[in-house]
Design a binder for this molecule. Structure first.
Ligand code: SAH
Length: 591
């Protein structure tokens, strides 16, 4: 809950704007501000104070206890110009809240936490749970002092600045490495180690716990077993990725509740699948009960990995037979491949998710001209592997190879990276040992359509006229099919210096089924500074005005030019209704 506190009329108006935008997330605290701040501080995870920073600081001082547990506090000035992240920037989420509040109120977010301000990742924002001297080591990372990265497990991290150097696979016992060098260290491990001064530990999601339980096994017994198995093996529960069991136990309350309390998903596998896994300790009991000689070990091992804790049984204080079993496996690190569409060109058509993936990458792979488009968004230290036109296969292979090495890779493409772009060659190369994250982008057909009006209001296809990789006969067959089916067509790659006859040929096929007056939209460099668009017709389109920076959208037999815009009616029946009533208005909703 976000507590809202204001003292003046202007403050109250701004607070009300937040309250109505986020009714579920906010609560307005009325009354004298001292009292309101005190109550909100005790009851909310975050506060927004429409007060001067000085006044807010004075009110907060007696309440502040610990940066790990204090609420995050954002201050908004009387004029609504600034949203200042005052305390709890990272742990309290005040930096993020300042940005959100800023966006909502049109105020400038002010963030002074060092790591955020200079775009170096705060060690608590690298995507993994972190413990230890976060402030001290973040400071060292920022100061440019030499920091060691002990990458015991190769899980993907965003780019770190050059003063952080990898001393991977030292596999030192309990971190004595840092004692030797005296340098601050970032450990990436699932092992328990004391993270004292100058040392932080990042917990990658490397552990899978397989669980078996007889009917009615109490959750405390299951949790106690898992806890002691991890502790005895010197492993951190914060590296737990999932609990795994057999399908038949998917609804076993003790297991379901244990996963919920541990905050990890419960993954289940069929008995058949588990029976095929080779395990050190098979037994007859589960075979009779659920059809596999092993549940805990097999479920933990089914996706591969190293068995760290073989099957063990719970211990019951009352001496009755154990009702739960578990086994712990360290799964292989999974690299990360984000396939990111950058949109048609304009920065504000790049989605926030795409931006976040670019910032989360340690390796960026893409065509040089696209890299230039977003270079400023990358974290310092991001390795950029750019190549020229035509090197698609190589880019795809490189991106996948880097992800398989355990890197966080972003493979970029303009528009949507899955449309005539890198996603398919990359996924054709990729095995299931990496995580693949697709981030959609605004593809050229949509960017162009928005400029032209509403040409895609009914069924439409995209056809690439590039016969570089596709035989012309296939392209022509598809154009013909679109022509016969009366579908709106957007042509990508319509014409280049060496490919000039394909567009006229495709248009002539469409002209066989559509009037010469059919509207055609020609959009060049949509959303880019030198963008242009023209609305013409099938008969009068001059192919010489079309190049590779262009998409050409040909209407169907119902498409009309209305007030200079290209409009394809939502349906033929609607169109009749619109024709008789003289207007298509009022037909917007679902029918
Ligand atoms: N993945 C891209 C398409 C790559 S194919 C996307 O989803 O948009 C390259 C073709 O896309 C170009 O030849 C051109 O036809 C079209 N294109 C890409 N960006 C464009 C833009 N901003 N304006 C017009 N056409 C564009």
């Amino acid at each position: 809950m976000i507590g809202l506190i204001s003292a003046t009329a202007a403050g109250a108006v701004a607070a009300q704007r937040l309250a109505s935008a986020w009714p579920e997330r906010t609560r307005v605290y009325e009354g004298p501000v001292r009292d309101a701040v005190r109550r909100a501080f005790g009851e909310c995870e975050q506060l927004v104070c429409f007060l001067a920073t000085g006044a807010t600081v004075r009110l907060l001082v007696p309440l502040l206890a610990d940066k790990a547990s204090d609420p995050g506090v954002v201050c908004v000035d009387e004029g609504g110009r600034f949203a200042v992240s005052l305390v709890g920037g990272h742990a309290g989420g005040a930096n993020e809240l300042a940005r959100e509040v800023g966006e909502l109120l049109g105020a400038e977010p002010v963030v002074t936490t060092a790591t955020d301000a200079v775009e170096v990742p705060g060690l608590d924002t690298l995507g993994f749970p972190v413990e230890g001297d976060v402030a001290g080591v973040s400071r060292a990372v920022l100061d440019g002092t030499a920091v060691e990265l002990d990458l015991e497990l190769g899980w993907p991290l965003p780019a770190l600045p050059p003063n952080v150097s990898c001393v991977s696979n030292v596999s030192n016992v309990r971190g004595d490495h840092s004692e030797r060098s005296g340098r601050p260290v970032i450990h990436v491990t699932d092992r328990l180690l004391d993270a004292g001064e100058g040392r932080v530990v990042l917990r990658p999601p490397s552990l899978v716990v397989g669980v078996g339980a007889s009917k009615g096994a109490p959750v405390d017994e299951v949790l106690g077993l898992i806890g002691s198995a991890l502790a005895d093996a010197g492993l951190s529960a914060r590296s737990l990725a999932e609990l795994a069991t057999v399908d038949a136990k998917a609804g076993e309350p003790g297991i379901v509740e244990a996963a919920a309390r541990l905050g990890v998903p419960l993954v289940t596998h069929s008995a058949e699948e588990l029976a095929a896994v080779e395990v050190p300790n098979p037994s007859d009991a589960p075979l009779a009960a659920v059809g596999t000689p092993s549940v805990a070990e097999a479920a933990a091992l089914v996706r591969g990995g190293e068995l760290l804790v073989p099957k063990r049984k719970s211990e019951r204080a009352d001496g009755r037979p154990a009702m739960a079993t578990c086994a712990v496996v360290r799964r292989p690190a999974r690299g990360r491949l984000a396939v990111v569409g950058l949109g048609p060109g304009a920065r504000d058509l790049l989605t926030p998710r795409a931006r976040a993936e670019l910032r989360g990458a340690s390796v960026l792979v893409g065509l040089d001209q696209y890299v230039d488009q977003i270079r400023d968004l990358l974290r310092p230290g991001t390795r950029v592997l750019e190549s020229g036109l035509g090197a698609e296969e190589e880019r795809a292979r490189t991106a996948v190879a880097e992800a398989r090495k355990g890197q966080a890779v972003a493979l970029i493409g303009s528009g949507d990276a899955g449309v005539y772009a890198m996603a398919s060659p990359a996924l054709a190369e990729a095995s299931d040992d990496i995580d693949v994250i697709g981030v959609p982008g605004v593809t050229a057909a949509l960017a162009a359509a928005a400029i032209l009006g509403a040409p895609l209001g009914h069924d439409h296809v995209s056809i690439s006229l590039s016969d570089l990789h596709t035989p012309w006969e296939i392209i022509e067959r598809r154009v013909r099919a679109a022509a016969e089916a009366d579908i709106v067509v957007t042509f990508y790659n319509p014409r280049s210096r060496g490919r000039d006859w394909q567009l006229p040929k495709a248009l002539s096929i469409l002209a066989g089924h559509r009037e010469p007056t059919t509207p055609v939209g020609v959009v060049r460099n949509a959303s880019r500074p030198d963008g242009s668009s023209r609305l013409t017709t099938l008969a009068s389109l001059d192919p010489a005005t079309v190049d590779m920076m262009t998409v050409v959208t040909v209407g169907n037999t119902a498409t009309r030019e209305i007030a200079g815009r290209m409009v394809t009616p939502r349906g033929y029946r609607w169109q009749e209704a619109a024709a008789t009533s003289g207007s298509a208005a009022g037909h917007e909703g679902a029918r």
